[in-house]
Design a protein around this ligand. Structure first.
Ligand code: ZN
Length: 303
């Protein structure tokens, strides 16, 4: 008699869409559902309905991984564990995502609750651009800037979780005669200067409409290079992956590599910039695959 492998459940809980999936192998979803992120109660009810249907078809779920937008309470020792922390997203501040899933799916279900960027770094390390690496930094540059880290094969948490979007960077806008910070908290942080909304605020046009040779990209590359040098100094990764919509701009990663090389000087003995600063390979799939990997780690812990 052959035994069925444990059924994994994953949620990529994004700020704009929820993706729910069940699978035996994280790369091969059996069922998947995508829907817009609405009010918390409505959204979680839709997710629970999907998983209950999946259980009816495929049998019990062995473990679940949730890869959520942040900020989120990740430490099981604190009272805010499993919740969304202060967010501008209407109705979500303080909402208990894990509690809602437990209420709907049973108290005994093993659940891993992580940030979406940490899930992305996990899947890139398992199947993508960072295969076989144990020290990986992942920066996502889109509506905001976030980061996930694998350090010696484990996801990095701090007192909360790293928020590299708020690394302080020099104000380079002056040389371009433009103002462009969109972070209400910091005069010049990476997210405030280099996120998608910062590009749009500075140039009056969304990034995807700016031509490849627009000066916007030279400035963007300089800001991102500051971020990458700081990550190198602080975490010493094997490589840095630049994900998110903004990174997909043709030619941008090459510019970042050039600026990085200038800024870093010869201080570190690093791999070739083409190997050190990489685009993701899984991209759209990274979040949900990472959520399923998190579920798998509940059953078989990482080394
Ligand atoms: Zn900031």
């Amino acid at each position: 008699m052959t035994s069925t492998p444990p059924l994994l459940a994953g949620i990529e809980a994004g700020g704009t869409k929820y993706v729910c999936s069940v699978a035996y192998d994280p790369r091969e979803p059996l069922l998947e559902s995508r829907f817009p992120t609405g009010s918390p109660a409505e959204t979680l009810a839709q997710a629970i309905e999907f998983f209950r249907d999946a259980v009816a078809t495929h049998g019990p779920i062995a473990a679940m991984g949730i890869a959520t937008f942040g900020p989120a309470g990740l430490s099981p020792d604190t009272t805010d564990y499993g919740t969304i922390l202060t967010t501008p997203k209407q109705g979500w501040t303080g909402y208990g995502v894990v509690a809602a899933i437990r209420e709907g799916m049973g108290e005994d279900l093993p659940i891993a609750f992580e940030t979406d960027v940490n899930a992305a770094v996990l899947s890139e390390a398992a199947y993508g651009a960072a295969r076989g690496k144990r020290h990986v930094a992942y920066i996502t540059i889109g509506t905001g800037i976030g980061g996930g880290f694998l350090t010696d094969g484990r996801l990095l948490h701090g007192r909360m979780h790293p928020e590299i979007g708020h690394l302080i960077v020099p104000d380079l806008d002056g040389t371009f005669g433009k103002a462009g910070s969109v972070c209400p908290f910091h005069e010049s942080c990476l997210e405030g200067r280099a996120s998608g909304p910062a590009i749009e605020a500075r140039w009056g046009t969304p990034g995807h409409k700016l031509p490849d040779h627009h000066p916007a990209w030279e400035l963007e590359a300089k800001y991102l290079a500051f971020g990458c040098v700081n990550l190198t100094a602080a975490w010493s990764p094997d490589l840095i992956i630049l994900g998110g919509g903004v990174s997909q701009k043709p030619g941008l990663i090459e510019r970042v590599r050039r600026e990085f090389t200038i800024l870093a000087g010869d201080y570190w003995s690093l791999p070739d910039p083409g190997d050190y600063l990489r685009l993701p390979e899984l991209d759209q799939q990274a979040g949900i695959v990472g959520a399923l990997l998190l579920a798998q780690q509940q059953i078989t812990p990482a080394d």
